[in-house]
Design a binder for this molecule. Structure first.
Ligand code: ADP
Ligand code: I22
Length: 470
């Protein structure tokens, strides 16, 4: 076990789109070390009553169940030593709850746990209910980030206009990680970091405030907007023991997941970070003192997101990452089933990755934007240069992986990385960690050395933030 019995122990949690991850980070003579980690798929996808096929919702109860399973799998002795908890998760999304009935605390196998009570589904960053026409009917935000479907404030507007009764059932809202912080600390008013507030839209990150005047004028329920605080600050203390973690443990304000992935590995300003989990991001840090332009360029694929201490990251945030491979694997599974055979999706991943390792070169070209991109939502996926001799699973998998990396680099070109002085690419995210073909394609496209992290990077980053700000 890493770290002596007296060493400081911090828990990091990442509530991702596909899985929940937890990491126990301890202080040692060698610096901070991941002593234990755990990951559980949430299987939380669920249908949307109000938005139908355009909706992309997750069952909050299942997300919290996966979180409970993850924590129950960590060693009790170490959990009892946790002094701080750092929480991060999927940005942009929104969950609603009733302030006094957000959860109920019960006795679990490893001590008290909480379970959601009067809580809505999570409407995720992948939600497509706000069409371009709907978005352009909304007031113009005073923000440097273009509003897009799946952003919390856009989703609230959608409910306000299409299903106002829904909103009457709730009096609080936040990202799913803000919800967890609010429950752990029994916050009467949810608290949100500027990182997550910026991801909801209608937020001015220069003066760190919501566009309250603009929103009020159009009847927006501003009482649902959380209070905003600085990333790295403490939101409160746990109101109960939790999975063996002592009552009174300090909990950090919830953070953005890509900022935490970056925090877990970025050491030099000359590093770029490539993260591939359900989505994918390519990020560089902007010079200290940088301020984004007042208004966004909606056609730009690069967005500026608040990082820590007033700094910004420039990010190409692609809606097409591991989810494209997951869709491909699911398609193969369904075709196989239609043909009368059964195969586990995990076995398909293993087989297609192995097959693609044998197909190093292929002319097949896959433009993999199955989910569109925020700056060009209408441009979906396409396949070109299809030769009869290059149709094996290996050829297609190789081409999908290559296409994913090429797509990200079309959003933030290698040339721009070189001009800004990038010397190294740091790879993070479990879709990358578990897929050697993707890693080969990353190494092929970048003219820099590529260094990989572990597969729980955002959780580790969330813990490190707490460590360094203790
Ligand atoms: N068995 C597997 N082998 C390789 N890659 C996998 C496997 N299972 C899932 N993946 C990839 O991992 C992605 C999810 O990564 P994860 O880190 O859990 O996402 P998130 O952080 O968004 O919750 C999937 O979209 C898929 O591409
Ligand atoms: O869209 C952006 C940023 O604009 C994403 O990078 C953002 O970090 C979101 O949280 C992700 O899309 C969700 O993260 P993940 O579950 O794919 O790791």
């Amino acid at each position: 076990m890493e770290g002596g019995p007296d060493s400081v122990c911090v828990l990091g949690i990442d509530l991702g789109t596909t899985s929940v991850k937890a990491a126990l980070v301890v202080g040692t003579e060698r610096g901070q070390v991941v002593a234990e980690s755990c990951s559980r798929e949430t299987q939380a996808h669920t249908s949307s009553v109000e938005a139908g096929l355009q909706g992309m919702e997750q069952d909050s109860w299942r997300i919290i169940r996966a979180l409970n399973e993850c924590l129950a799998a960590l060693p009790q002795q170490q959990l009892q030593r946790v002094s701080h908890i750092g929480i991060t998760g999927q940005m942009h999304g929104i969950v609603f709850w009733k302030r006094d009935q957000g959860c109920k605390w019960t006795e679990g196998g490893t001590g008290p746990i909480f379970e959601p009570e009067e809580v809505s589904h999570l409407v995720t960053w992948q939600d497509g209910r706000c069409s371009p026409a709907f978005l352009s009917s909304l007031p113009l935000p005073q923000s440097h980030i273009s509003l897009a479907t799946g952003f919390g404030c856009a989703t609230i507007y959608w409910y306000l206009k299409k299903s106002p009764d829904f909103l009457k059932s709730y009096d609080a809202a936040g990202t799913i990680h803000d919800y967890v912080v609010a429950m752990l600390c029994d916050l009467k008013k949810p608290l949100m970091s500027v990182q997550n507030a910026a991801s909801w839209g209608y937020f001015n990150s220069r003066n760190k405030s919501w566009n309250t005047d603009i929103l009020k004028k159009s009847g927006f329920p501003v009482h649902l907007l959380p209070e905003v605080g600085d990333p790295g600050s403490i939101a409160g203390r746990t109101i109960s023991a939790w999975h063996g973690i002592p009552k009174g443990t300090k909990v950090g304000i919830a953070l953005g997941d890509f900022q935490c992935s970056v925090y877990s590995c970025l050491t030099e300003r000359t590093d770029a970070v490539l993260n591939i989990s359900t989505s994918a991001q390519l990020t560089i840090s902007m010079p200290s003192g940088f301020q984004p332009p007042e208004t966004p360029d909606p056609s730009s694929a690069v967005t500026y997101f608040p990082y820590f201490d007033g700094d910004y990251l420039a990010v190409a945030a692609s809606l097409n990452g591991g989810n494209v491979l997951a869709t491909f694997v699911n398609m193969v599974a369904r075709w196989t089933e239609e043909l009368g055979f059964q195969i586990q999706e995990s076995a398909i991943y293993a087989k297609i990755i192995k097959a693609a390792l044998d197909q190093n070169d292929s002319r097949l070209s896959v433009h993999p934007t199955l989910f569109g991109e925020r700056h060009i939502p209408e441009q979906l996926a396409s396949v070109t240069s299809i030769a009869a001799s290059e149709l094996s699973l290996g050829h297609v998998t190789r081409a999908v992986c290559r296409g994913l990396v090429e797509n990200l680099c079309s959003m933030l070109p290698v040339q721009r990385l070189m001009e800004t002085g990038v010397r190294r690419v740091l790879g993070s995210g479990s879709a990358l960690a578990r897929n050697e073909v993707l890693r080969q394609e990353v190494e092929r496209i970048f003219p820099f050395p590529v260094v990989y992290g572990k597969d729980v990077d955002a959780a580790v980053g969330a813990a490190m933030v707490m460590f360094q700000r203790k």
